[in-house]
Write a protein that binds this ligand. Structure first.
Ligand SMILES: NC(=O)C1=CN([C@@H]2O[C@H](COP(=O)(O)OP(=O)(O)OC[C@H]3O[C@@H](n4cnc5c(N)ncnc54)[C@H](O)[C@@H]3O)[C@@H](O)[C@H]2O)C=CC1
Ligand SMILES: O=CCc1c[nH]c2ccccc12
Length: 314
């Protein structure tokens, strides 16, 4: 698989070394696979409202443009309603499948097996495998046994070879622990909302302890939905120091913690700017901490998903 990669591969412990040359290294997952650390998402700007079943060529066009710009990590989901458009974009973009990293997620509909949902997603994508298959959120699980039985279904999908890696999304530590006690193939990723205003306390350390990589969604929140805020000044200072945008600082803040960043935009120049600028600099550990410290002055959650919603105590 193609990657915007370098000679060094940070591991899921989050110790992303300073990249060598001009590239964004892939992250090595605990199952031995690699994930490109900057991903293009189809779950927000490209999301199709429930009931909107019409094929949307604009979603295809935006996604083709992203792939052609160099976004080879594509984050999809059954719930986004646009797996057919994602599959059409993959076919139209002219990049070999082996160079792409394609994620989709299951919503675990009641009374349906993961196998049924997964087969439906593969058919809509027009693919015979995905690189990463995630449980989108744990709302189905009322007991530890619910988590464990659902996870056994995910392991069967990985055993079939049709998902190179398996993981979860919007899982709390209390959701992960039952799985980790019984899993033969532990989750290698948890995709969660992560930015300076939502750092999840010791949840990140828990992931590092268990070799679970974090994918940050909504990484730009501090300059979008949650602006203005306490990060503004440090973002402005660092953007000026490195000659980049605040958005590029926000994305680097994830990457330099060994955290995958998922973003999107219909603005091709902005997307191309990320790929041009991000490999060319990194934040020092002190600068990463400065942003984190400023971020802890404000709490903001943009997505109320899974038990994070129930667990949000502030
Ligand atoms: N697993 C899950 O439950 C979730 C997964 N995701 C995934 O993450 C992806 C990215 O999520 P986002 O929240 O879109 O990420 P994001 O925080 O990177 O925001 C991207 C949005 O910000 C806009 N933007 C960028 N720079 C800006 C600026 N300077 N000023 C104003 N707006 C600016 C872009 O046009 C775009 O619409 C989704 O597409 C989806 O694939 C997102 C939410 C939940
Ligand atoms: O994943 C991005 C946000 C989102 C959009 N639709 C759904 C449905 C279920 C979980 C999350 C989402």
């Amino acid at each position: 698989m193609h990657s915007i990669t370098s000679a060094f591969q940070p591991d899921a412990s989050g110790t992303a070394p300073k990249q060598q040359g001009g590239s964004i290294p892939n992250l090595k997952l605990s199952d031995g696979n690699e994930i490109p650390m900057l991903g293009y998402g189809l779950g927000t700007a490209n999301f199709k409202r429930g009931g909107d079943t019409a094929f949307n060529q604009q979603i295809v066009d935006h996604t083709v443009a992203a792939i052609k710009a160099g976004y080879y990590h594509l984050d999809g989901a059954e719930a986004y309603g646009n797996e057919q458009e994602l599959g059409a974009a993959i076919k139209a973009a002219g990049v070999p499948r082996s160079k792409l990293f394609v994620t989709t997620k299951t919503s675990c509909r009641a009374g349906e097996t993961i196998e049924t949902a997964f087969s439906r997603s593969l058919a809509k994508l027009g693919l015979d495998y995905v690189d990463l298959y995630l449980i989108h959120q744990p709302y189905f699980a009322k007991t530890p046994a619910d988590h464990q039985s659902k996870w056994a279904e995910m392991e069967a999908i990985k055993d079939s070879g049709r998902a190179r890696s398996i993981g979860v999304s919007n899982y709390l530590q209390s959701d992960l622990e039952p799985i980790l006690t019984t899993a033969r193939l532990p989750p290698v990723v948890n995709q969660i909302e992560y930015h300076p205003y939502l750092q999840h306390g010791d949840l990140v350390a828990f992931h590092r302890q268990h070799g679970i990589a974090i994918e940050a969604y909504a990484p730009l929140t501090a300059i979008t939905k949650a602006a203005p805020g306490p990060c503004d000044a440090v973002y402005e200072r660092l953007a000026k120091k490195y000659g980049v945008s605040e958005g590029e600082i926000a994305l680097r803040w994830c990457l330099d913690q060994g955290i995958v960043a998922l973003t999107t935009s219909g603005n091709e120049q902005r997307l191309q700017g990320y790929l041009a600028k991000l490999p060319a600099f990194h934040l020092t550990p002190k600068e990463v901490e400065e942003v984190a410290e400023a971020g802890r002055e404000k709490h903001f959650r943009g997505f109320w998903l899974g038990k994070f919603a129930a667990d949000d105590r502030r």
